[in-house]
Design a protein around this ligand. Sequence first.
Ligand SMILES: *Cc1c(COP(=O)(O)O)cnc(C)c1O
Length: 401
Amino acid sequence: MSDSSNKLPAALREAHRQTLAVRAGQNRTGEDEHSEALFLTSSYVFKDCADAQARFAGDIEGSVYSRYTNPTVRNFEQRLAAMEGAEDCIATSSGMGAIMSLCLAHLSSGDHIVCSSDVFGSTVILLNNFFAKFGVEISYIKLTDVDGWRDAVQANTKIFFVETPSNPLNEVGDINALSAIAKQHNILFAVDNCFCSPALQQPLALGADIVIHSATKYIDGQGRCLGGAVLGSAEHIEPVRSLVRAGGPSMSPFNAWVFLKGLETLQLRMRAHSESAMAIAQWLESQSSIEAVFYAGLASHPGHQLASHQQSAFGGVMSFRVKGDQAAAWRFIEATQIMSLTANLGDAKTTIVHPATTTHSRLSPEERAAAGITDNLIRVAVGLEDLDDLKKDLQRGIKAL
Ligand SMILES: *Cc1c(COP(=O)(O)O)cnc(C)c1O
C-alpha cells in the first residue's frame, strides 16, 4: 500500500525479467511457505483500536478489507509491476474493469479521449454507450496514422488509448511517436498490452504513461480466471486505486493467486506461442489456397519493422484470408478438429474464429470493409499444442475450401 511496499529487494532491482517473474512480489508470512500463500479472507482483525485507526487511515501498513487490501492481490500487483518496469499497479476484476477504472479516474465530463479504431469491442461500447452519457467526447483514429493522432488533439484531450498489435490484423502502433505527441499536449498515454504481455513488450519503456492488461488472456494462459490491471507511475495509479477502492471492481484473491503463478511461466509460454505462430504464418503464406496472412513476424507485413523494434517476439495471434467467400471460411473453420471454435485467446489451447460474424459483427459492412475484416478472414490464436498437429489441423481446413 505505502510506497515502501513497492520497493524490490536489492538483489532483484538489477534482475532480468524472467527472474522478476518468479521472484518479485513474494511476501512470505510467518509460516515461511515456499510457494505464494492464498489469502481467502474478506476482512482482517486489528490488534487494538489504535491499530484499527492507523490501518484505516493508511498511516501504517496492514490489511483492512479485501476490496482494497489483500496480500495475494498485492503480491500479483508487485510482480506484474516489476515485469512492466512500473512504479505501481492496481489489479482489477477483469481487463474491462481496468479500462473502466482508468477512464473513470482520469476523465471528467467535457474531456476528450482519442482511441485507436481497432480496439477490443467492449472498449468501444464502454466509451460510446457509457462515457459519452457523461459528456466525454470520443474520437477513433487508425492505429498506424500518426498524423491523424496529431490532428485529433483538442484543448480538452486527456487520454490517448491504443491497443498494439491490433486484433485481428496485427497492425502495429508507433508507441514512441504517439508518446511524443501526448507529452507535448500533456495527454495521458495508455497502451493495452494484452496481446504481447510484459514478456514481449514494455510500453512504459517506449514512452507510454499507462499499461492496461486483461490478465484473462496470456497472464493466466490457461483460460481459467478473469482479471485485469492498470500500471504506471504512483501519481497516475493513485486515483485509479482510489476509484477501485470506492467503486469495487477489485480482483479476487483466488484469481490473483492463479495469475501470480501464471506470471512465472509467462515468458516461456510467450516464446512458445510466438515460435509456433511464426512457423504457421510462414507455412500458410506458402499455401496456394491462402490469399493473405497477417502476422507482424512476417517480412511481408507492413508493421514488421516497427514490431521488430518494439517487441521481442510477435506473439500468438494471427489472421489470414482464404481464397473464397464467407462459406469457404466457415467450411475451413468447421473442418478443424483440434482447434477450439471460440473468440478467446491467450490460452494453451489454440482457438479459431471468424471475426466478421463474431468479434466484429457489431460493425456495419462498410466499417468492416474499412477495417479490413473481410468475409474470408479467419483468426487463429496459436496455443501450445504440437506444431505438426496444428499444421495438420489447418490442412483439414484447406482441404475443405
Ligand atoms: C480480452 C481483452 C480485453 C478485456 O479483458 P476482459 O478480461 O475480458 O475484461 C481488453 N483488451 C484486449 C486487447 C483484450 O483482448
